[in-house]
Write a protein that binds this ligand. Sequence first.
Ligand code: LP5
Ligand code: MN
Length: 261
Amino acid sequence: MPEAARAALPALFISDLHLTEDEPANVAAFLAFLQGSAREAASLFILGDLFEYWAGDDDLETPFNAGIAAAIRALADAGTAVFFMTGNRDLLAGADFARAIGATLLEDPARVRFGDRDDNDGADTPMLLLAHGDALCTDDLAYQAFRRQVRDPAWQAGFLAQPLAARKAFIAGLRQKSEAAKAEKAMEIMDVNADAVAALLREHGYPTLVHGHTHRPATHRLTVDGRDCVRRVLPDWRGHACWLRWDGRDFTPESGDAVRI
Ligand code: LP5
Ligand code: MN
């Protein structure tokens, strides 16, 4: 797989914000982040589940969604390169959404090369492997069957052909079924599978992997085929802005003040 993108440092990584109009403190925290810390970064990577759900790019007409998109766009216009990968909640975000926020859309997984080639005397600059993380939860067989179905292009086309209101009602039903299903699942099966992680790292040359989805922020050091590898798991937001900063060598977890309104 070729590198999906090249990005400048420092880079910030966020995922699992689950933005919704119903949680204004979380939205305020994100807007403050976009107008503050994110402006000092050279690049921002949004690794999925930015929204609680995304019903299709025609939902950009909704004022709440349009406001979020415009705020990200303002960051891009101010000079921070924005990259967006979908998660399981916003897998229907597509080219129109990426354009609206001024972002480069990344496939899942994506290999991204960092730093400036000109600064580096021809030596390899650092590379990261980025993913949302849900594809690695292979023990969750019911979810993987669901995932295959909703990622089927024909199924998506049929879904997107329905009126927006009907799609939102369907997603509300899905959310209820998903919550009921999760209540019956053991915590272990909703985490990544070690063999799936090893296979992905092997396939991509044993880089450092950054992903979200599980809401279990951690640094995992592991050995694959005798190679030392790292898996960084991003935190979710829950009303508290939190991100990882990367300078090309070290990751630093950072967070904003909780916004109370
Ligand atoms: O989202 P989260 O983190 O709470 O839970 C996930 C898995 N659940 C989901 C479902 C989403 O939450 C539903 C909202 C998606 C909105 C956009 C989708 C647009 C749909 C149309 C696209 C064409 O992702 C959950 C995992 C959990 O992560 C941990 O990894 O366990 O998986 C489930 O709970 C899935 C269930 O086990 C099985 C599915 C139940 C619903 C069956 C309805 C069948 C209808 C056919 C639709 C394809
Ligand atoms: Mn997710």
